[in-house]
Design a protein around this ligand. Structure first.
Ligand code: IPE
Ligand code: IPE
Ligand code: MG
Length: 238
């Protein structure tokens, strides 16, 4: 199709790993393991489709409320998973960046994040933004502090602060989100990229994240293409 639109920035709230495992009589951790594999497969596919930025919600600041066992499992999965996928991301020319707070992540987790982002920093085939220990409100607060400090240090004037400057000073300087997908049928944002998603089209497929395969993303693109994005204006063509 000639004018088939490909969103520039896609966000995915990776949800339903636990329910996916439960339905199969498996431990929640098995769902997380499978979810990580799906993340690698689907991100490669999404970039091949022409998407430039993919932001995924992997662990929220609120997810520390879960049992120690589950949090430890996830942190170890991140350590092992990031280390073992450096080559795969490089082979696919994917640059990985992270969004989130450092505290209270253990050094080993943070080091694995740093290593993955450093070793993929020159790749040009798409940016995978992994939101880990991330909260949308926390990001807005942290950005505000950064700008206040810049004012106090005489680097900028209060009058310089506008929406563009704010966007540039978020954890990563990314374009606005065009399409936000949340798997597992839940219909809420759960504190994901509040600033970036202001005008995102939203799509809530029923499938659990481990089942979110290529065809599921194609469906999301079809839905996106049927949407009429107006950004507060009027679409003269309609
Ligand atoms: C998403 O799956 C992964 C994380 C939040 C880390 P869940 O673990 O939230 O799975 P459900 O929602 O319990 O099924
Ligand atoms: C949101 O999922 C966070 C991530 C996907 C990392 P949750 O499963 O934690 O969200 P709630 O608790 O259902 O809102
Ligand atoms: Mg969940």
């Amino acid at each position: 199709m000639e004018d088939y639109k490909i969103p520039k920035h896609v966000g995915i709230i990776l949800d339903g790993n636990g329910r996916w495992a439960k339905e199969r009589g498996l431990k929640r951790s098995e769902g997380h393991k499978e979810g990580f594999e799906t993340l690698k497969t689907i991100s490669k596919y999404i970039f091949k489709k022409g998407v430039k930025v993919l932001s995924v919600f992997a662990f929220s600041t609120e997810n520390f409320k879960r049992s120690n066992e589950e949090v430890d499992y996830l942190m170890n999965l991140f350590i092992k998973g990031f280390k073992s996928s450096i080559k795969e991301f490089n082979d696919n020319n994917i640059k990985v960046v992270f969004s989130g707070r450092k505290e209270p992540l253990k050094d080993k987790v943070y080091e694995a994040m740093e290593e993955l982002s450093y070793k993929t920093k020159d790749n040009t085939g798409g940016i995978l933004n992994i939101c880990l220990n991330y909260g949308g409100r926390a990001e807005i607060v942290d950005t505000t502090k950064k700008l206040v400090n810049a004012v106090l240090n005489g680097l900028i004037n209060v009058e310089d602060i506008n929406e563009e400057l704010f966007e540039e000073n978020l954890y990563n300087n990314l374009p606005p989100m065009d399409l936000l997908i949340r798997t597992s049928g839940e219909v809420r944002i759960s504190n994901f990229m509040l600033y970036q998603a202001a005008y995102a089209e939203m799509y809530f497929p029923k499938s659990y994240f481990p089942d979110f395969k290529e065809e599921e993303f194609d469906k999301a693109l079809d839905v996106y293409n049927k949407r009429d994005r107006r950004f507060g204006g009027i679409n003269e063509k309609k």
